[in-house]
Design a protein around this ligand. Structure first.
Ligand SMILES: [Zn+2]
Length: 113
């Protein structure tokens, strides 16, 4: 596929995602914060996409989530933490990384073709 076609498809997918509104029970990705950066620049647990479920919906696409890590779950409620903001970005582990997502944000999972 030509690079211009890949970019066109990414822009279409991005517009479709921006039109989607989160609702309770939907599956999204939460970008983990990762462990602190060591003096040598390495990170034991780098920031990555984690499976999450929407538990509540606030204003401006701020949501509460239950994050499902491989070794346990944790919650970010709007009341306790202010919730999680949407940041339209590519999945951290995507091989077509164009605009990486920031730690502590959520986004719609990428469609795999
Ligand atoms: Zn992701």
């Amino acid at each position: 596929m030509r690079p211009s076609e890949i970019m066109r498809q990414q822009l279409i997918a991005r517009a479709e995602r921006q039109a989607m509104k989160p609702t309770v029970g939907r599956d999204v990705h939460y970008v983990s914060a990762g462990s602190p950066v060591q003096p040598d620049g390495s990170q034991m647990y780098p920031s990555t996409c984690r499976a999450a479920k929407v538990t509540e919906v606030g204003e401006d696409n701020v949501i509460g989530v239950m994050v499902m890590n491989p070794t346990g779950i944790h919650f970010h409620s709007i009341g306790a933490t202010g919730g999680v903001k949407l940041e339209e970005g590519a999945c951290i582990n995507s091989d077509r990384l164009v605009w990486p997502s920031a730690p502590g944000t959520w986004h719609w999972p990428a469609h795999v073709q």
